[in-house]
Design a protein around this ligand. Structure first.
Ligand SMILES: *Cc1c(COP(=O)(O)O)cnc(C)c1O
Length: 394
């Protein structure tokens, strides 16, 4: 394991957490479905019961995730929301206050706005990219939640000043790092206490497993484990096994996602059928300098504003052949969505526009296909989108 401590992310993604292997042992970690394990006479044992998360498949994948994040410990749970919810309730109690980024995943916003007030916990949403965000803190602030890069504008946060302010006040900082994956960002290196992932996205990588992760210090992750044992969002071992399988290719997939992101964003920025491109790898992105500092890759998520607004985007999406309309991200296949119908459906068009999401905005999760093929697909769809349908039908 000492060699693995010095190894790169590709080696860790394949090997971290493996026990010693001898001759005649299986090369691939076996799937163990047993819900329980034979204990010592006093009821103890390293492996006891699936819901406790201490079954062999969980133990291995958690060690691998911790190694990728540079964390002491990690816990894998039934979904990204299970991970975030258990992290939040492991930190706050009735009467506590939360500061959260206003560019936050819809499920996390619902947790903070609809669920936590029922338990006496209030949240203030702030724009961490604007001066004055410190005004959102209160004396009873116990938890700070960041998310970077954000959905769908790909705003990138520098965790350091946020962590410094939080720690000066005795608060814990959680970062949702789903869009980056541990290959492109390791927020714990920048002072964050807990990093959360929807492993449904890049970590799993094949759009076939729903899972979540929390990584951090042994003490903080231990508190999350204690909550999870009682609230019960265990991940089924088969899903854990699929996650482990997907993670083996994480580093090579991210290399391609990053390359496709840069190639498609640079092409899209020059295309007359696209009004604006949002990608942290472009000099035109407001957080480009921060992104260069805190990310190791700019990722496979891009936002494009199709010329012709909502109608242009509708024609564009209908004309695509390779890229598919679906509300998830981070898989090997290119998927896209229109935030006006998905994450930001609850806002009026005016409020969305005020938040930088004009009708015509399309969020693209670039897969690992060849960039030339993706560009050709987008190009033919933009051509079709530029022609009003009546004329196109002639
Ligand atoms: C998908 C997602 C989540 C929620 O994850 P689930 O696995 O769907 O529960 C949270 N945060 C971000 C940024 C996401 O993209």
């Amino acid at each position: 394991m000492t060699d693995l401590d010095r190894s790169g992310p590709s080696t860790r993604a394949v090997h971290a957490g493996e026990g010693p292997r001898g001759v005649h042992d299986p090369v691939v970690n076996p799937l163990v479905l047993s819900t329980t394990f034979i204990s010592d006479p006093d009821g103890q044992g390293p492996l006891l019961y699936q819901r406790y998360g201490n079954a062999p498949n969980h133990v291995l994948v958690e060690a691998r995730l911790a190694a990728l994040e540079g964390a002491e410990d990690a816990v894998v749970l039934g979904s990204g929301m299970a991970a975030m919810a258990c992290a939040v309730i492991s930190v706050v109690s009735a009467g506590d206050h939360v500061v959260a980024t206003d560019a936050i995943y819809g499920g996390t916003r619902a947790l903070l706005e609809k669920e936590l007030p029922r338990f006496g916990v209030e949240t203030t949403f702030v724009d961490f990219s604007a001066p004055g965000w410190r005004d959102g803190f209160r004396d009873d602030t116990k938890l700070v939640i960041g998310e970077s890069p954000s959905n769908p504008l790909l705003r990138v946060l520098d965790p350091r000043p946020i962590a410094d302010e939080a720690h000066a006040r005795g608060a814990v900082v959680v970062f949702d790092s789903t869009f980056a994956s541990p290959v492109n960002a390791r927020p714990l290196e920048h002072g964050v206490d807990l990093v959360m992932h929807s492993a449904t996205k890049y970590l799993g990588g094949h759009s076939d497993v729903t899972a979540g992760v929390i990584a951090g210090s042994r003490a903080l992750v231990g508190a999350v484990r204690d909550r999870a044992k009682v609230w019960g969002p265990t991940l089924d071992p088969h899903a854990v096994w699929l996650l482990e399988r997907g993670m083996k290719t994480l580093a090579v997939r991210m290399e391609r996602h990053n390359r496709n992101g840069m190639a498609v964003a640079a092409w899209a920025e020059r295309h007359p059928g696209i009004a604006r491109v949002h990608y942290p790898g472009l000099a035109s992105h407001p957080d480009h300098a921060v992104a260069e500092r805190v990310l190791d890759g700019f990722g496979g998520m891009i936002g494009i504003e199709v010329a012709g607004g909502g109608e242009g985007a509708a024609r564009f999406v209908r004309a695509l052949k390779l890229a598919k309309l679906a509300p998830s991200l981070g898989g090997v296949e290119t998927l896209l969505s229109e935030p006006r119908y998905t994450s930001h459906a609850g806002m009026s068009p005016e409020r969305r526009a005020a938040n930088g999401i004009r009708d015509g905005f399309v969020r693209v999760s670039l897969g690992i296909e060849d960039a030339d093929d993706l560009i050709a697909d987008f190009d033919q769809a933009l051509r079709a989108a530029a022609v009003p349908e009546a004329a196109a039908a002639d």
